[in-house]
Design a protein around this ligand. Structure first.
Ligand SMILES: [Zn+2]
Length: 296
């Protein structure tokens, strides 16, 4: 069944963090995790399989930093096409046909004119190239994550929609609220961010990751997004609580049980897809799956 059709009948569970899992399997902090699609595909497959086994319905490809502009920081931009296509194929090999595969697109890594030097045409081309490779690999849909700039979001949505008539999920990262107001790093409000994504053609909108949000903040944020999104389904992918720095490492402190306790409030707020971001693991998603799928 088509993802959006399925979503109209039942809430779905997306997966959790990829980066946390790659580091747990030996990726050095700061190294190019997307390269593992080519060099350590067994490890990446094992992570996808663990999320499927945890009960996740939507599996996200290991391509968050696989625009050629971000790969260029690691000197790997020549591998962009191969790496994105392979990421989808290995995810499909890992989880089979019962999960939806979301081709993951993250920020291109810089600022668009006039704040930065990248032109809108250049940025559009980066996203077009990545979306095309994800399509060749067989992705069912696209998820554009952790965006701060609504202009960049619009370019990414347009690029993905030009490649195929597939669902496009669009999520922003918001900072902890100041006097009750959530904004992205660029200062964009929830209303501006979500309205822009919907008008650009996003089929599902919401938030992932973010800086310093408590679990309760995510529920407040969800209510605000749902109100603005109207008939457009909403996705929320929280971090495992707010981070603490312990021994120079950022550690997320919410437990799987605490994350699972957010499932009902998020559903009550009207959220249709719940997943996890930084600090979440298959254990967290299994606990969340228990809550989510027990109601169905
Ligand atoms: Zn995150």
């Amino acid at each position: 069944m088509d993802l959006l059709e399925r979503l109209s009948h039942t809430p779905l569970l997306c997966d959790g963090s990829m980066g946390t899992q790659l580091i747990a399997r030996g990726l050095e902090s700061g190294a190019c995790g997307e390269l593992w699609n080519l060099t350590h595909s067994d490890e990446v497959e094992a992570i996808h399989r663990a999320y499927r086994d945890a009960g996740c319905n939507l599996i996200t490809t290991n391509t968050f930093g696989a625009t050629s502009s971000v790969l260029a920081r690691h000197g790997q931009q020549h591998l962009a096409d191969e790496l994105n296509e392979k990421a989808v194929r290995l995810a499909r090999h890992a989880v089979g046909g019962n999960c939806y595969l979301l081709g993951n697109i993250g920020p291109f890594g810089d600022f668009i004119e006039p704040l930065g030097t990248a032109t809108q045409a250049e940025v559009t081309e980066l996203f077009r190239q990545q979306a095309a490779s994800l399509k060749r690999g067989g992705a069912d849909a696209i998820i554009i994550e952790t965006m701060s700039d609504p202009v960049e979001m619009r370019l990414a949505i347009h690029a993905a929609k030009k490649i195929a008539n597939w669902p496009v999920i669009a999520t922003y990262a918001f900072n902890a609220p100041v006097e009750g107001v959530f904004r992205t790093m660029m200062g964009t409000t929830v209303d501006q961010a979500i309205t822009e994504a919907i008008s650009a053609g996003a089929d599902v909108v919401g938030a992932n990751c973010g800086t310093g949000l408590s679990l309760n903040d995510y529920v407040d944020l969800a209510r605000e997004v749902v109100k603005i999104a109207g008939n457009t389904p909403v996705i929320i992918q929280p971090n495992a609580g707010s981070p603490k720095v312990i021994n120079n490492r950022t550690t997320y402190t919410a437990t799987p049980r605490e994350m699972a306790q957010m499932v009902q409030p998020l559903l009550d707020a009207g959220v249709r897809i719940i997943g996890g971001c930084c600090g979440t693991t298959p254990l967290y998603l299994a606990a969340m799956s228990d809550k989510l799928h027990r109601k169905m």
